[in-house]
Design a protein around this ligand. Structure first.
Ligand code: COI
Length: 355
């Protein structure tokens, strides 16, 4: 498949590129070399510890093809450092961030001609690490596999910039203080799936997660971070997101939007946001959105709970939401000066310029 040939929607995570990068770690030898191979099934013992006790972490980052033919990763060091923190939380070995970034570069370079170049498309890279020692003892594995695979993708939500309805369940939580909520580990996602099914059954696309202790404070939105715009009594609009904690994943896009919004002159605040702040009759919240690598920026139109339904603002994508989504895309696709130095060109790649 060559760039731009396939006008059919790609969806998200349905197809994979030709190659992968693999490295192995043992307690005796540490990390072996990260090698490029064809994308193929892994051979694992049925007693590989990841399959039983869930030592499995991952990352998600994207490579974007710019019109001038440059291929660049978006802030790969951010993901590399978070991967190291996730590994520490799951008692797994740290992969040096420079090895992580080099592995992503290697795969993006090898599969550069499979990077899609349609509107909103990109190459999603999925680095991951799993425990592969064959053992049923409840302790950290002594052998691990690190790999990076890649998937040509559209945005996570097929509707692009359309507003979604979100489901706020009673009682179910994603993360608790002292737990693994701030790590990007597979178990956090497994634990969310039944609630996501409940959201879909209630006509919503995602889950709005509240805190474990009071079930009052907004923490995340599906696998994404949450933001809202709040009109202050003096008429100013502030961009607000819950402060990071051990129950919130530190998102790359979350961090980037905070910086972009500040650069555009908006006041940004990291503070607790109660669900009631959005659902009150006299709510000052004018817009809300979720953000993540896969989905970019997703407007939230409606909040549903088992007791009722609330429109956020007028239920349509807000102006600030759209402006931030556009600003981020302009940087990622090389249409705007990269003032923050976020784009990391993949060395040795030169794609055909877009017409
Ligand atoms: C992200 O976009 O940051 C995600 O983690 C979504 C992924 C689990 C599909």
């Amino acid at each position: 498949m060559s760039a731009g040939d396939d006008p059919a929607p790609l969806g998200f995570g349905n197809r994979f590129t030709s190659h992968m990068v693999v490295a192995r770690w043992t307690t005796e030898k540490g990390w072996g070399p990260a090698g490029l191979t064809g994308h193929r099934p892994l051979e694992l013992p049925p007693t590989a510890m990841a399959l039983h006790y869930g030592q499995a972490i991952f990352e998600g980052l994207k490579a974007y093809a710019a019109a001038d033919g440059t291929l660049a990763l978006f802030r790969p060091w951010f993901n590399a450092e978070r991967f190291a923190r996730s590994a520490a939380r799951l008692a797994m070995p740290e992969l040096p961030p420079q090895v992580f970034v080099a592995a992503c570069e290697t795969l993006a370079r090898a599969d550069a001609d499979e990077v899609p170049r349609g509107q909103g498309q990109s190459l999603y890279l999925r680095p991951f690490m799993i425990a592969v020692e064959p053992n049923l003892g409840v302790r950290p594995s002594r052998e691990y596999l690190f790999a990076v695979v890649a998937s040509p993708v559209d945005h996570f939500f097929a509707g692009g910039g359309e507003a979604i309805d979100v489901w706020c369940p009673d009682g179910l939580i994603r993360a608790a203080p002292g737990g693994t909520g701030a790590a990007k580990c597979a178990g956090n996602y497994a634990g969310s799936l039944a609630t996501k099914a409940e959201a879909l059954a209630n006509g919503c696309q995602e889950v709005l997660w509240l805190d474990a202790l009071e079930h009052r404070w907004i923490e995340e939105l599906g696998a994404m971070n949450f933001f809202c715009a709040v009109r202050t009594p003096d008429g100013e609009t502030q961009l607000v997101t819950p402060a990071l904690s051990d129950t919130i994943l530190a998102g790359n896009i979350r961090d980037s939007l905070l910086r972009l919004a500040a650069g555009l002159g908006h006041r940004v605040t990291e503070r607790p946001v109660a669900l009631a702040e959005l659902t009150a009759d006299d709510s000052r919240v004018t817009e809300a959105f979720a953000c993540g690598t896969a989905a970019s920026v997703v407007p939230i139109g409606v909040i549903r709970t088992p007791r009722g339904r609330t429109l956020v603002g007028d239920g349509r994508p807000g102006k600030l939401t759209a402006a931030l989504r556009d600003e981020l895309a302009a940087v990622q696709y090389g249409r705007q000066h990269d003032a923050h130095g976020w784009m990391h060109p993949v060395p040795g790649v030169s794609l055909a310029p877009s017409p």
